[in-house]
Design a protein around this ligand. Sequence first.
Ligand SMILES: [Zn+2]
Length: 133
Amino acid sequence: MPKRKKTFPCGHKGYGQICHRCTHNQVVERVSLQNQTAKRQAKQAWLASFEQDPIDLSMLPKHVVLKARQIIAELQHHCNYTDFGGKRLRHDRFIISIPITRHYRMLCRDCGNILVPQAVLSHEDYNVCKPGG
Ligand SMILES: [Zn+2]
């Protein structure tokens, strides 16, 4: 005897004891809820991570934030800013400018044996800040 399609209480038609369409939809829904939760948690963790930074990085693109943090962490171990291509500013020898990406640089104050991060500036901001530049 050939299997006959039956109509489930949900209105879908199919074979077997349970509606596979509804089961499938439930799984899809559960996975998408889990994804949403994971995304929300990741976003919250990302927002919270800015509280750990010595300077405000929250306005910067993600890749710049990550690179800036890496440089900040490495500066804490050894102050050789020249390793990162850092240079002293001509008009203020106590400020060191370290390139983060092609478009961003970090300004640090030379406090003797430590460099204290001051700000991350985009190339445009940086040129505006430069006196007489
Ligand atoms: Zn169904």
